[in-house]
Design a protein around this ligand. Sequence first.
Ligand code: NAP
Length: 246
Amino acid sequence: MLQGRKALITGGSRGIGREIVLKLLRNGASVYYIDLNPGDSLDEFKELAEQHGLAVVYKEGNVADESTITTVVEEILAEAEGIDILVNNAGITRDGLIFRMSSKDWTDVLNINLNSAFYISKVVAHHMVKRRAGSIVNIASIVGVIGNAGQTNYSASKAGMIGLTKSLAREVAARNVRVNAVAPGFIDTVMTQKLNQEQREALTRQIPMGRIGEPEEVAKVVLFLASDLSSYLTGQVIHITGGMGM
Ligand code: NAP
């Protein structure tokens, strides 16, 4: 589906990002991923890439540091000789009621979840516009649409990402560059494994499908948005929530 394409993804070491790396490799794209560390998956990625005659390259970088990340992304664009797919996935939570939230927890979440997407999209969208082709997929969250007590910082970052998605989609649509977002609900990763059993059960009760989602169920939709299957789709936010927040 993605034969000959090259993808750049942030936060590919684990969780949803890891599944996206695997999904893109299995569907024929070479992958560059940026993370704070390579994680445990690099050998598995390399083996899979080799089987398919593809490349997988890890680059260290903090997505919240504008000058570092701009340099890393420019390096990747030069090395790859073109990027067709960008997935802005890296993200964190620093939960707490606003009365107790420190400015650092607010700023860290906004920097890592939202500002990073601005820094990276700015460079990559410019490159895609010049090539008259590309697909950008932003990993937002259902919380950016419906809100969540204890997550003012996180939901603001994800709502911001949705605004960025729609505005950038309008800026680049005429140049054949598409920009979409997914808004996952409750997905089983390290991010959500921090919740205790009681919180998990309470959350699961809010999901019409009655279960937590798997990272691969997000990766499948990202594959769709990254590929030509979604060639007439831009500026959209696809909810992947088992029906939560519909
Ligand atoms: P995760 O398991 O915590 O993975 C996040 C990844 O991002 C990790 O590899 C992490 O690296 C990396 N990362 C964090 N800060 C970074 C930074 N400053 N620079 C570079 N990389 C950084 O989380 P996840 O659940 O897969 O989440 C992935 C995305 O989906 C996030 O944007 C999240 O908000 C979104 N999302 C998740 C859920 C869910 O239920 N899990 C729901 C909706 C949306 P380290 O391993 O080094 O920390």
